[in-house]
Design a protein around this ligand. Structure first.
Ligand code: IMP
Ligand code: MG
Length: 177
């Protein structure tokens, strides 16, 4: 396998996180923000962005993973869900990347069914080309081309999540063995 040079450096990432956090801070002034991170992928982005948001907030998480059965269908499994009553909360879902959109669409509908005061979605990366299900994204860090990326929480086989930068990941012929 080959990890290329940084696609987004640590510095570019931090600048973008700050930009998103500034927008969120002004949009959520006087609201009852519940920042919900989607694990595991969003753990690094989540911890960076909540530290830069300047309005009071509560934290919670969803642990979910999606299984692609065919190219156009996916099943999402939730292992841990938001614990508190969200009827008085302005929920902000924080995710690493929107790819097919299946995970976010599923979680969005699941949360909406619980009647939050409001719900918005923040993703660090958006692979728009790959979208199968249309899901509204309120805050997007970077749009990226259809390439598999790792680092900054994103994994290949649960590895490379700890890289402080984002790289394009390429499988080589020897990996197939
Ligand atoms: P979706 O349901 O297809 O939008 O998938 C979203 C999930 O797929 C993300 O939360 C990631 O865990 C994973 N994913 C999609 N693209 C990538 C990538 O380029 N690198 C690492 N994980 C990815
Ligand atoms: Mg994920």
């Amino acid at each position: 396998m080959v990890i290329g040079k940084p696609f987004f450096t640590s510095e570019q990432i931090q600048n973008k996180v700050k930009e998103l956090a500034d927008r969120i801070s002004s949009d959520y002034e006087g609201k009852n923000l519940l920042a919900v991170g989607i694990l595991k992928g969003a753990f690094m982005f989540y911890s960076d962005i909540v530290r830069m948001i300047r309005v009071p907030l509560a934290v919670d998480f969803i642990i979910a993973s999606s299984y692609m059965k065919e190219s156009t269908t996916g099943e999402v499994k939730v292992y841990y869900d938001i614990r508190e009553d969200i009827s008085d909360k302005d929920v902000l879902l924080i995710e690493d990347i929107a790819d097919s959109g299946i995970t976010l669409n599923y979680l969005r509908e699941r949360i909406l069914a619980r009647g939050p005061k409001s719900l918005r979605i923040c993703v660090f990366l958006d692979k728009k080309e790959r979208r199968v299900v249309d899901v509204p994204l309120d805050y997007v860090g970077f749009e990226i081309p259809n390439e598999y990326v790792v680092g900054y929480g994103l994994d290949y086989d649960n590895k490379f999540r700890n890289l402080p930068y984002i790289s394009i990941f390429k499988k080589t012929a020897t990996d197939a063995k």
